[in-house]
Ligand binder design. Structure first.
Ligand code: NAD
Ligand code: TYD
Length: 337
């Protein structure tokens, strides 16, 4: 029986992963270590309160004592989702990105070594490969060329994971996925920001000319990819995941406006992001052939379901808008950590 340490489980992808695994594997138990930064929301896993195979611990992955304390609960494997994840914030202040993404990963790697876990999974991103021109794809062999402080910090973490495998034989794998969308995504990223703005008849800010390309994947497809890498990934290997679904930001914006029945005049062109990567596209052949993984959710279907989710979860959205969600921990546990 696996006792998994999942870090960052109160964020967007981590919460979807925890729920997915507990629902589909009755032999697994999960400890979720999350610092509850602005991106961590206890409401994302409120439905798991009291679940016999789930435990939440508030703690920071850069805190060695906190991490060792959790490892002593009998952790057998580690999956690291915890990160500062928003490019725009990393341009504003890269400090928390280096701390959590690099130092936090090092802290987890040291703990994984000390407690001799049987697998360590580092959830990374396709953004470590940099930006593509009009053609071509990122493969696992593409040299790392991060362009934003966010992707640079993720690449630094990946380099450490690789080094711990080579130097110490830590059974670690790295996953690199393209842009995720789905329920529980913090409304600072393109899709949830635009959907929640449009539901309130607010404008949507398109950066620059809107011709940047992203490869979209439903969060559950990413979760099954991370699961496959955890179960079957070979130590020392990297696995790319993508949705084979490239869209320009402007095309995607038009689709969102149309699905929500809103006028295109709600588009507001704003100043471009500094150093904005032009195109990401993933070749996920290795994950398909080696792990038997495939993205399953068609974009049109996943996008409609995602819009429905934001329409139906207005309390989740408004608690974020008012900042009430930041007080859930005190309400539930009676004190600030
Ligand atoms: P998110 O920002 O929604 O969630 C991050 C979570 O990590 C939050 O719950 C936050 O509280 C927690 N956290 C942050 N710093 C912490 C710390 N020091 N200690 C403990 N917990 C901390 O992020 P996400 O979109 O769910 O992304 C999860 C992972 O997947 C990240 O590593 C990210 O780089 C990677 N990724 C994301 C995408 C995407 O499209 N969102 C794509 C590929 C890879
Ligand atoms: P984002 O969701 O921040 O993901 P990432 O930067 O990790 O790809 O942004 C997706 C794309 O959308 C990216 O090209 C930047 C663009 N974008 C906008 O045009 N307007 C916005 O308000 C946001 C948040 C993003």
């Amino acid at each position: 029986m696996s006792k998994l340490l999942v870090t960052g489980g109160c964020g967007f992808i981590g919460s979807n992963f925890v729920r997915h695994l507990l629902q589909t594997d009755p032999t697994v138990s999960i400890i979720n270590l999350d610092a509850l930064t602005y991106a961590g929301n206890l409401a994302n896993l409120a439905d798991l309160a009291g679940h016999p195979r789930y435990q939440f611990v508030r703690g920071d992955i850069t805190d060695r004592d906190a991490v060792r304390k959790v490892m002593k609960l009998g952790v057998t494997e580690v999956i690291n989702f915890a990160a500062e994840s928003h490019v725009d914030r990393s341009i504003h202040d890269s400090g928390p990105f280096v701390l959590t993404n690099v130092l936090g990963t090092q802290t987890l790697l040291d703990a994984a070594r000390e407690f001799q876990v049987s697998k360590y999974v580092q959830v990374s991103t396709d953004e470590v490969y940099g930006s593509l021109g009009a053609t071509g794809y990122f493969t696992e062999e593409t040299p790392l060329a991060p362009n934003s402080p966010y992707s640079a910090s993720k690449a630094g973490a990946d380099a450490l994971v690789r080094a711990y495998y080579h130097t110490f034989g830590l059974p670690a794998v790295i996953t690199r996925c393209s842009n995720n969308y789905g329920p529980y995504q913090f409304p600072e990223k393109l899709i949830p920001l635009f959907v929640t703005n449009l539901l309130a008849d607010l404008q949507v800010p398109v950066y620059g000319d809107g011709q940047q390309v992203r490869d979209w994947i439903h969060v559950l497809d990413h979760c099954t990819g991370v699961e496959a890498a955890w179960r079957k990934g070979r130590p020392g290997e990297v696995y790319n995941f993508g949705g084979r679904c490239e869209k320009t930001n402007l095309d995607l914006t038009h689709t969102l406006l149309d699905l929500l029945g809103k006028p295109h005049s709600l588009i507001r062109y704003v100043q471009d992001r500094l150093g904005h990567d032009r195109r990401y596209a993933i070749d996920c052949t290795k994950a398909e052939t080696e792990l038997g993984w495939k993205p399953q959710v068609p974009f049109a279907e996943g996008l409609r379901a995602t819009i429905r989710w934001y329409e139906q979860n207005t309390a989740w959205v408004s608690a974020i808008r008012t900042g009430d969600y930041l007080r859930y921990y005190e309400k539930q546990y009676g004190q600030a950590a």
